[in-house]
Ligand binder design. Sequence first.
Ligand code: UDP
Ligand code: MG
Length: 323
Amino acid sequence: MKTVDIIVPCYNEEAVLRIFVETTNGFIDKIEGYKFRYILVDDGSRDKTFSVMRSLAEEYRNVKYISFSRNFGKEAAMYAGLKNSSADYVIVMDADLQHPPEMIADMIKGVEEGYDCCAARRTSRKGESKIRSLFSRNFYKFSNKITDVKMPYGAVDFRIMSRQMVNAVLSLCEVQRFSKGIFSWVGFETKWLPYENVERTIGKTKWSFWGLFKYAIDGITAFSVAPLRFISLLGLIISGLAFIYALIVLFQTLIFGIDVPGYATTLIITLFLGGIIEFSVGILGEYIGRIYMETKKRPIYLTKSTNLDDDKDDEYGFNTFEE
Ligand code: UDP
Ligand code: MG
């Protein structure tokens, strides 16, 4: 029997975690020929998520958990899960039931067809704020244009991956991880499964508008140096324009003599250039900040407690705890 690890990053999901595991069990129990194990990652939750995890682990033999020493973010939680997985196939999914567990069977069919990865893609963004989907759509367009990685619009983190692909993802050892980009960067064949957006009914989203904005910047800087090229090009264009203007001023002076007024032009040019320089330094700063954080080589996450080390043998199984 092939084994499947289901990795679930959880941050303040006390209200939904048990429902998630029980609902998912209902679907995986029907899939024959596979043994499943959960790796629930408690990303430093401040509510009772961890105690829910522990009681689930007591009830179900195939529920494993890792609890972080603090909140490290979803990316770190996914990484921890992948790092500790050992199954033939690995599924990554959210705890909030926005990733329909009924798709697991189709995803497994996808990898059985020979794909290395089978991932979900939202076809609608029903229930999401207009402004969020507007920004999101434009982010994908922009990012696909300027980076080497192609992310289909609506791609979510919900996916199954082969062992080979998981190992490839883990071989990218950057500390600041942008999984959507990493999944695409490693290559391999991905089959996309469309699905209708599911609204979160229990608990609430951890994303703020500012959080998403930072996430977008991370995604672009992690996979592209196009902004750096853009500022070089901008510098070149401005130098060209300045040269032409210098010639004009020179001829004007030679022909019409010295024309003292010019307060407005001087002021506008100074302010304009000041703005451009600040902007360029800002872009440089984004990259330097990232280099700085990478060079520290800090661990991606720190574990406070886990039951992954206890009884290694036969921890895969179905949802029912057998004596
Ligand atoms: N999550 C996490 N750490 C965080 C934020 C979120 O592990 O710092 C988890 C969260 O518990 C959920 C998944 O990541 O299982 C997706 O989060 P959320 O539902 O808030 O995002 P959205 O679906 O709104 O994009
Ligand atoms: Mg969600």
